[in-house]
Design a binder for this molecule. Structure first.
Ligand SMILES: Cc1cc2nc3c(=O)[nH]c(=O)nc-3n(C[C@H](O)[C@H](O)[C@H](O)COP(=O)(O)O)c2cc1C
Length: 423
């Protein structure tokens, strides 16, 4: 297939169907035509106005979203008969730059051309453009389907171990794993993490800024989270639209935070009493068989080899040490690769008739993230005690970091379609 501006536009439009945190669509792709000396490439950068500095201070979700775009682009390009290869990932956060080389013909089989390599050895199903449009996040009630979920989970984890996880090309030498979380652990954590996001005025204000409840606002059909997608009834959305104005937003954020702070305190006390009761009662309570009709709860975990600087990375390089910067860039590259994998996981679930409902607050809230990490550590200890041959996943020494959290189940109603900038 010959590279033409029309084809590139079409590929960008398909890739634009990627999921992104708050539907911010932070990607800015630019096509650079090749000449006799250098091949054609896409230079992918970030629109700084489409980042979430309060809710995503370490840019983890930004990098994951950019990774989803890279993967969608690779899928669309492969279907058009083009090969793509990520040749460099530089910087992090708003200063991130990803270079993707495009060639005409069969892709080479390297770690960074995963999506394009839909050959016999690819452990992932051959995804196409239709899959990109079919996938949707569903925030309505999801119906549990044990059989479909079990086979999809097996397929995901065997694909992850066959490809060595998404971190080959970053040299991090670690692997990813999708882990099911018992609903009795998930439910209280979800409550506490939602409260965390609501009771921080800056995070709450930022979220309000991406809510699109007023259908007279042209942005309503371009980006952000619509009342429809959030499954908020029209009357409540209309009232919320009247309140959610630029002048009232700071007040709403502070007021909500003040009201919710005592609730958070009470919840923490209840959680610690519940933890104590569980440990006296049944060890952890996590070995109990599920007695629930709730959807399946999962987290994507990666080795915690690269730790974020506390409080996020400073964009002010004078204040950061050289090591911090190198570490931040390595971590960004790792998260881009994880983002590519995350999209493949969601597409694979979609192929199995399952949709996902994302709960990033669970891994963003420090307290619930620590509890998820503790669960992973306990699980890893139990597995290493019962497994003769240790693997990276079950080694008790490998600290696992939850990087994405979502529920999985069958849609029970039609899912409203989210909007995009370029459609
Ligand atoms: C890294 C990442 C984090 C996300 N976090 C959340 C979340 O915490 N809550 C949520 O409802 N959706 C979350 N989403 C889903 C997006 O809001 C969703 O992809 C976007 O609104 C577009 O909708 P669509 O995926 O149905 O096309 C996340 C998506 C990504 C890629």
């Amino acid at each position: 297939m010959t590279l033409t501006p029309a084809l590139i536009d079409e590929l960008f439009r398909h890739a634009g169907r990627s999921p992104s945190a708050h539907n911010t669509q932070p990607w800015v792709p630019r096509f650079v035509a090749g000449d006799g000396h250098s091949p054609a490439e896409v230079v992918l950068t970030v629109d700084p106005l489409r980042t979430l500095p309060a809710g995503d201070p370490t840019f983890e979700d930004l990098h994951l979203s950019m990774g989803c775009w890279v993967e969608s682009f690779a899928i669309a390009a492969a279907e058009a008969g083009l090969s793509v290869e990520t040749t460099s990932i530089r910087g992090c956060g708003s200063a991130l730059e990803v270079r993707i080389q495009i060639g005409e013909g069969t892709p080479s089989s390297t770690a960074s051309t995963v999506a394009a390599d839909n050959g016999a050895n690819d452990p992932w199903p051959p995804f196409g453009v239709a899959d990109l449009y079919h996938r949707q996040v569903d925030r309505g009630p999801l119906r549990r389907d044990g059989a479909a979920f079990a086979s999809a989970l097996r397929a995901v984890n065997s694909a992850l171990s066959a490809t060595g996880g998404p971190l080959h090309s970053t040299g991090a030498g670690s692997s990813a794993e999708l882990v099911e979380i018992p609903d009795q652990l998930w439910k209280p954590l979800q409550g506490r993490s939602s409260l965390y996001s609501l009771s921080d005025p800056a995070i709450f204000r930022e979220t309000l800024d991406w809510l699109r409840f007023d259908s007279r606002d042209p942005r309503c059909f371009r980006d952000g989270l619509s009342a429809n997608c959030l499954r908020i009834p029209p009357m409540i959305a209309a009232a919320a639209a009247r309140l959610n104005t630029a002048s009232l937003r700071p007040w709403i954020g502070s007021l909500t935070s003040a009201v919710l702070t005592p609730v958070g305190f009470a919840q923490r006390i209840r959680a610690s009493l519940r933890r104590r009761a569980l440990s006296e009662d049944s060890g952890s309570g996590e070995g109990l068989p599920p007695r629930t009709t709730a959807p399946h709860r999962v987290i994507l975990t990666v080795d915690d080899a690269l730790t974020a600087t506390a409080g996020g990375w400073s964009e002010d390089h004078d204040r950061s040490t050289r090591d911090d910067i190198v570490q931040a860039h390595a971590r960004a590259a790792q998260e881009i690769e994880v983002g590519r994998t995350l999209l493949r996981i969601w597409l694979l679930f979609d192929r199995c008739g399952l949709r996902v409902d994302v709960h990033s607050e669970l891994k963003d809230c420090p307290e619930t993230k620590a509890e998820l990490s503790a669960f992973l550590a306990r699980r890893s200890l139990v597995e290493s005690a019962t497994t003769e041959i240790p693997s990276p996943q079950n080694s008790p020494r490998s600290r696992r970091r939850p990087i994405a959290a979502f529920s999985v189940g069958r849609s029970t109603s039609e899912v409203p379609r989210s909007h995009r900038l370029n459609t």
